[in-house]
Design a protein around this ligand. Structure first.
Ligand code: 3PG
Length: 208
C-alpha cells in the first residue's frame, strides 16, 4: 500500500504511543506534538477511551492518527470507523491484517522472528513493527533479520528510550521508532504539558 503515513514516519522518525485516560488533555497532546513537528500519534486500545480519543483527534484533523494495540478484528473496525489512518498490532493478527488490507488501511503488524516477518511479507507488507525490540535482540537482531529480509523496514518499539533511540534511527533498516517514552499523559498532567514539551524538544533535537 502507498500511503502518506509511511512518508510521514520516515520523515518524523518518532511514533508516540498514547494511552488516553483523560480526554481533557487531547488538545494539549496535539499542541505538544505539533509544536515539535511530530504530527503523528498512535492511540492504544489499552484504555476504554481509545475509540473516543481516536475519533476526537481525527475530527480535529491536526495529527495523523493511528490505532495501536489492535489485537482483534473488532478493534480494527472500531479504529477505522472512528477515523484512524493506520493500525498497529503487537503481533501478526491475520483477521486484523486482512481487514486493513481490504480497507486499504496501512497496518504495522508486530513481529519478532523470521516466521513473523515472513507472514507479514506474504501479505505484501514491507514495514513491520519489531516488538519488543529490546527483548528480541535490538539492533543486533534487526541487522541479522535484514540479511534475508533486505526489503523490509522495521519500526522498533518496546524498550526504546531517550538513551538508545538515536542508535536505532541510525540503522538504515529502521524507518522510525515508537514508544511510550515520546509522549506521556502522566507527565503532561504534572504541569499541563510544559515539562513534556521540553522532553520532546530534547528528543527531536537529537535526530539528525
Ligand atoms: C508497544 O505496544 O509498542 C509497546 O508497549 C511500547 O513499549 P514501551 O512502552 O517500552 O515504549
Amino acid at each position: 500500500i502507498k500511503h502518506k503515513v509511511y512518508e510521514q514516519l520516515a520523515q518524523t522518525k518518532l511514533l508516540p504511543l498514547y494511552t488516553a485516560t483523560d480526554l481533557d488533555y487531547l488538545a494539549k497532546v496535539e499542541e505538544i506534538l505539533l509544536e515539535n513537528d511530530v504530527p503523528l500519534i498512535e492511540v492504544t486500545f489499552r484504555s476504554d477511551l481509545a475509540a473516543e480519543a481516536i475519533k476526537r483527534l481525527s475530527e480535529s484533523g491536526k495529527l495523523m492518527v493511528g490505532a495501536g494495540t489492535v489485537r482483534t478484528l473488532a478493534e480494527a473496525k472500531i479504529a477505522v470507523e472512528n477515523g484512524a489512518q493506520f493500525v498497529v498490532s503487537p503481533a501478526v493478527v491475520p483477521s486484523v491484517i486482512e481487514y486493513c488490507l481490504e480497507q486499504e488501511m496501512p497496518v504495522f503488524p508486530g513481529t519478532a522472528t523470521p516466521r513473523d516477518i515472513q507472514s507479514a511479507a506474504e501479505y505484501g507488507i514491507n514495514v513491520v513493527k519489531f516488538f519488543p525490540a529490546d527483548i528480541y535482540g535490538g539492533l543486533k537482531a534487526i541487522n541479522a533479520l535484514s540479511g534475508p529480509f533486505y526489503d523490509i523496514k522495521f519500526l522498533p518499539t518496546g524498550g526504546i528510550n531517550e538513551e538508545n533511540f538515536v542508535e536505532y534511527l541510525d540503522n538504515p533498516h529502521v524507518i522510525g521508532v515508537g514508544g511510550s517514552f515520546i509522549l506521556s499523559e502522566k507527565v503532561i498532567m504534572e504541569d499541563n504539558g510544559e515539562k513534556m514539551k521540553q522532553i520532546l524538544q530534547t528528543l527531536v533535537k537529537k535526530i539528525k
